[in-house]
Ligand binder design. Structure first.
Ligand code: FMN
Length: 302
């Protein structure tokens, strides 16, 4: 007892100092987290503002700038249940001749794809549209988060509203926001802010990326590489459109994203990336006479 009393008397100052330091560390840590939380809330408020020329250049939106890997502001949970079980996997083995033939045919079909800006209003079956979007759903995605939403619009009223929003924003884009160089670069393609095809094409597909997921308890889930994953998914959709004998125009509704998201009643974690009108080309459709780079110019074999 005497030894313990002596120890306390000799070292009480050290004990008090350590306890004080511990309390200070906790206080400092909490303040830093509050600041981070405030940052998240602020991002939520500014989420709607798409920076010009595109949303990825918005330094405020770190989640996009780092390819969706914002682990700081998001909950790092992913669905670990999916993929726990492994199942056998095999593919059909093709002869060398057969794989050569098929790869050549596929390339030739894809090489016929063009961005078309003149559409026919001739309808095609909804089932075809469903299969095209289904194909997009086969895409790989970061940690299998499948961070895409496809809104397929058939309603003439909604198509009209979409056209109004896009033409309004595009006129400002062309007149004020894009600058001379950009407008000149687009001159050869022959585009301007008038987009009648938005009402003519039987379907408009609006592609949104889910910047993050929302868990049932309302917390955020990380959607790794959400923009890259959605872009790959869209690539498959473009191929499926071509394969179905239809055409589309890969278009970016610049600065119209937030208004479109609201019109389509999509949640705040989704951002409009692309708009794809889908249908048959108009009988008198034309496309710019563009040339594609030969393989040697964009592939090196080592
Ligand atoms: C990411 C991306 C955005 C595009 N945005 C537009 C657009 O907003 N408006 C448009 O008329 N074309 C747009 N295009 C289509 C390109 O102009 C077209 O792909 C390019 O001129 C090559 O023509 P092709 O698709 O017929 O091969 C876009 C294409 C891509 C890949």
């Amino acid at each position: 007892m005497g030894i313990l009393t002596n120890l306390i008397l000799d070292y009480w100052l050290y004990g008090v100092t350590i306890a004080f330091g511990y309390i200070l560390a906790i206080l400092l840590y909490d303040t830093k987290n509050d600041k981070n939380r405030a940052g998240v809330a602020k991002n939520d408020e500014t989420d709607e503002r798409y920076a010009f020329p595109d949303s990825t250049s918005d330094a405020k939106d770190k989640e996009e700038a780092d390819g969706g890997l914002n682990l700081e502001n998001a909950d790092t949970r992913v669905d670990h249940e999916a993929g726990k079980e492994h199942i056998p996997f095999t593919i059909e083995r093709l002869s060398k001749a057969e794989m050569t033939r098929r790869s050549q045919e596929f390339y030739q079909e894809m090489n016929k794809r063009r961005s078309v800006r003149f559409f026919s209003d001739e309808p095609f079956p909804q089932e075809v549209m469903d299969n095209i979007i289904r194909t997009g759903g086969t895409s790989p995605s970061g940690a299998h988060t499948q961070p895409w939403t496809y809104v397929v619009v058939k309603s003439p009223e909604i198509k009209k509203e979409i056209r109004e929003i896009i033409e309004e924003e595009e006129e400002v884009n062309y007149r004020r926001r894009m600058g001379d160089k950009w407008v000149q670069d687009l001159a050869c393609i022959g585009t301007d802010w008038n987009k009648p095809y938005l009402e003519i094409a039987p379907y408009l597909v609006i592609v949104l990326k889910q910047s993050y997921g929302i868990a049932p308890d309302g917390s955020r889930l990380v959607h790794y590489y959400n923009e890259i994953s959605t872009s790959i998914s869209v690539g498959l959709v473009l191929a499926a459109i071509q394969e179905a004998g239809l055409v589309t125009l890969t278009s970016t509704p610049l600065n119209a994203g937030p208004r479109l998201r609201k019109l389509l009643n999509r949640p705040i974690n989704e951002k409009v990336m692309l708009l794809l009108p889908v249908g048959y080309p108009a009988p008198d459709a034309t496309v710019p006479a563009l040339k594609r780079k030969p393989l040697e110019e964009f592939m090196t074999a080592i």
